[in-house]
Design a protein around this ligand. Structure first.
Ligand code: PLP
Length: 345
């Protein structure tokens, strides 16, 4: 059966070029800083994000956790959106493991945080209050329609943060998608951030890993913390080699995923039984609702799956589809045909 897997861009498999690079990778012990492939990947990531240094970590969750620990001590507060992946989908690790307070404020539908809300959430110097150390933004914003945050917005938040002596971390799991959608560079988007993380293993199709980028001092602190949380890897060059290919070869094609996502959203809008606003989606993530009595997202996704089309059932009535390297225009048209059939069943 033909399978069109739209559950997530995390399902992307390494390209042939990645597999070749992995088998040929020069390696060493990365805890001794002796893995030339990891060192090259870290230099390349720093260059792409316009930062001094970078650190290779096992996952996006580890990148956010280590970044929070490097910015904040126990009892310090992070301001972040109530829909943020760091708050919503990482078991509250910053709080659970690091004693960091997650001070949430509402995400707007475009993934941004209102400046007034951020200002109000920064606690003044007072013996009663936790110290606000960090503002965390997410770009693109996964749960807010995969929306990209503009360089202008990032700059405004950065200025506010500096004026209040607070740092900014960007959870940029899909920041290369943001740069592609906004026709800008990741370095421009990250210019006002003290730290930025991104995933190699989503749209960029590498098998494993994420990067944290920031100043030399910040990355030195992050490197210590990575070791403490068990993320010091040894001959990690085998996977870093795929990351190098991801950064060199896979960023420029992300706009194709935005074209397929847009086509999917437009097509879904024509299906009786689905509610969607195609204009809301600027990158590779599409959310839609089931608008038929007695049909739950879980039931709809099960029916689609019976025809080989895989999507994620989210909350009551909500589903998500994500386009990626393995999804062609033809796959989208095939999936739309399956949606039509399923709603006529
Ligand atoms: C996927 C994702 C992460 C976490 O990445 P993992 O590698 O799955 O741990 C963090 N932030 C955002 C916005 C994500 O979409």
């Amino acid at each position: 059966m033909r399978i069109v897997d739209l559950r997530s861009d995390t399902i992307t498999r390494p390209t042939d070029a990645m597999r070749s690079a992995m088998s040929a990778a020069e390696v060493g012990d990365d805890v001794f800083r002796e893995d030339p492939s990891v060192n090259r990947l870290e230099e390349l990531a720093a260059e792409k994000t316009g930062k001094e240094a970078a650190l290779f970590v096992a996952s996006g969750t580890m990148a956010n956790l280590v970044s929070q620990f490097a910015h904040c001590g126990r009892g310090d507060a992070v301001i972040l959106g109530n829909e943020a992946h760091m708050f919503f989908s990482e078991q509250g690790g910053g709080s659970a493991l690091g004693g960091i307070i997650h001070h949430t404020i509402p995400n707007r539908p475009d993934g941004s945080l209102a400046l007034g809300d951020i200002e109000d959430a920064i606690r003044p110097d007072n013996v009663h209050y936790p110290r606000t150390r960090l503002i965390a933004l997410e770009n693109t914003h996964n749960r807010c329609n995969g929306s990209p945050l503009s360089a202008g917005y990032m700059q405004t938040v950065g200025q506010l943060a500096r004026s209040r002596k607070v740092c900014v971390h960007v959870d940029g799991a899909r920041i290369f998608n943001a740069a592609a959608a906004l026709n800008t560079t990741v370095a421009a988007l990250a210019a006002d951030a003290d730290s930025v993380s991104f995933c190699l293993s989503k749209g960029l199709a590498a098998p494993v890993g994420s990067m944290i980028c920031g100043t030399r001092d910040f990355i030195a602190a992050a490197r210590r913390i990575r070791k403490a949380v068990g993320g010091g890897m040894r001959q990690a060059g085998v996977i870093a080699a795929a990351g190098i290919v991801a950064l060199n070869e896979m960023t420029d094609r992300l706009a194709e995923d935005h074209v397929t996502a847009h086509r999917l959203a437009e097509g879904l809008a024509h299906i009786d039984g689905i509610r969607i606003d195609p204009a809301a989606f600027k990158t590779n993530i599409v959310f839609f609702r089931v608008d038929r009595d007695g049909l739950t997202p879980a039931q709809l996704s099960a029916r689609l799956k019976a025809h080989g089309v895989l999507v994620s059932a989210m909350e009551p009535r909500l589903l998500r589809a994500v386009t990626h390297y393995h999804i062609s225009v033809d796959d989208v048209d095939y999936a739309l045909g399956v949606f039509e059939r399923v709603f006529k069943e």
